[in-house]
Ligand binder design. Sequence first.
Ligand SMILES: [Zn+2]
Length: 158
Amino acid sequence: MKCPFCQYEDTQVLDTRISEEGDSIRRRRRCIACDKRFTTYERIELAMPVIVKKNGSRTEFDPKKLQGSLQLALRKRPVSAEAVDAAIHRIEQKLLSSGQREVVSGQIGELVMNELQKLDKIAYIRFASVYKSFEDVAEFQDAIAEIGREKKTIKSKS
Ligand SMILES: [Zn+2]
């Protein structure tokens, strides 16, 4: 660490303390050239990656938008608000822990679909049909076929 007073390249650490919250480290330093003292803080940097849209433009991650699209897909479906919040939290955690500075919007779409698939099949189809905009018809048909199969298994069981 450079000395802020004389720009000397090296400093000596006199004291290291972890903050009460445990989320930062404070170091007391002394410049070995001019003997002046200063403090540095070390913090964890966790930032949401920037979203890269299909047209190449960048936008900030918006949790309200994410919530909005999940709620739209889940409209009138028997899924609790807690379950939706938990799904949103998991998506955010995945984005944070990816450590990427940028993610393509499709990646978020995939994360949303993963969560919806677990929450509610109908909501999953709704979202997939809008999100994929029928670009990938085969995949959409697979999803519908999957629901068809599940209904059949339920019927055959009863
Ligand atoms: Zn100095």
